[in-house]
Ligand binder design. Structure first.
Ligand SMILES: *Cc1c(COP(=O)(O)O)cnc(C)c1O
Length: 341
């Protein structure tokens, strides 16, 4: 496969247009057959549900070139399921699981020249999304929908290498107790932009959001879940119905328990307990794990003992094991790796 002439090593986490993308339309109560198209632009009615009432959701996953030269995706069945659940909550017609995987295969095969080579540090980021494309004026679900999936080669999320991040506890809430925090809807991101902007202005990489009801339990950041490591090497992740179920976090918890044989706990984590942890990290598809250096709270700054220079040792082991599985260097648990080419 002749690769595109791209300087893989200098790619950032940004959009590069690739050759083709997958599109399917839902109309008259059914999905059409779907097709690959070349046009990267979307033309929709001015009154489309997505434009007026933000009826839209998305997913994010990656394809990798493995050490033995295959192109694989990591647990895409879980992205298909999560998008299905999100669509249900936003009254959109879910895109069927098998169609989602078929679209992924077609998309990546058509853009193989954009899949970064093994060892380049870059990956192919895949963005499935679903939105109300039919017109509405009264508040109601749209009469027609569009499912699309495109891909773009991306570099490491944090280009300067994996330096521990400075977080602040946000003054804003991310998700209401019986709201939409658990689904991957565009709406959760639109309203987080202001808080994110404030955090950056104050010199922080991300916001740590507390639970909206009591302002005392750790939820997540705007786009990544938390894991913490206790001083006796237990891996702990916050539990709450308003946290988005990160596939990276669920995979890391499995790796911790079943591969590294560490004790794991998914439970409510009070902010007051964080000062007692040895290590912490943010987890999501884009960066896998980003270590936390400090968290600025109303009561002062918490410095995690792992420091401001590098990942803590357990976080590093989790990172190495999961990326090793993704890149084909380590044996994957059954069903985690979907081979595309
Ligand atoms: C997508 C997302 C994550 C990370 O999920 P992954 O499946 O690991 O990529 C975490 N939090 C929020 C709010 C998200 O939207």
């Amino acid at each position: 496969m002749e690769k595109k002439n791209i300087d893989w090593g200098s790619l950032g986490f940004s959009y590069t247009k690739t050759d083709s993308r997958y599109v399917s339309y839902w109309k008259d109560n059914q999905w059409d057959d779907g097709a690959m198209v070349e046009d990267a632009n979307v033309t929709i009615n001015e009154s489309a549900g997505v434009l007026q009432y933000a009826q839209t959701c998305f997913e994010g996953l990656k394809a990798y070139t493995t050490i033995d030269g295959k192109v694989v995706a990591f647990r895409p069945d879980l992205n298909a399921q999560r998008m299905y659940d999100t669509a249900h909550r936003l009254l959109m017609p879910p895109f069927p699981h098998d169609r989602f995987i078929d679209a992924l295969d077609k998309l990546v095969k058509a853009n193989l020249a954009f899949v970064p080579p093994y060892g380049s540090g870059a990956t192919l980021y895949i963005r499935p999304y679903l939105f109300g494309s039919g017109p509405v004026i009264g508040v109601a679900p749209a009469p027609e929908y569009t499912f699309r999936m495109f891909c773009t080669p991306v570099g490491p999320y944090f280009k300067s290498g994996i330096k521990p991040l400075k977080l602040q506890v946000s003054e804003f809430d991310r998700a209401a107790p019986r709201g939409t925090g658990h689904i991957k809807g565009g709406l959760n991101y639109a309203m987080s932009l202001y808080a994110g902007h404030e955090a950056h202005k104050n010199g922080f990489a991300e916001n740590l959001y507390l639970d909206a009801a009591t302002q005392s339990f750790v939820e997540e950041t705007g786009g990544a879940n938390f894991i913490f490591v206790t001083k006796d090497n237990k891996v702990v992740t916050p539990k709450s119905p308003s946290i988005l179920p990160s596939i990276t976090r669920r995979s890391l918890m499995y790796v911790a328990k079943e591969i590294l044989h560490l004790e794991t706990e998914e439970r409510p984590v009070p902010l007051d307990e964080v000062a007692e942890f040895a290590e912490g990290g943010l987890c999501g598809t884009a960066a896998v794990i980003s270590p936390i250096g400090s968290i600025t709270t109303k009561k002062g700054v918490i410095y995690l003992p792992s420091g401001m220079e590098k990942m803590g040792p357990i976080t590093q082991k989790l990172y190495d094991t999961l990326t090793g599985i993704q890149m084909g260097r380590l044996e994957a648990p059954e069903g985690w790796i979907h081979t595309i080419a």
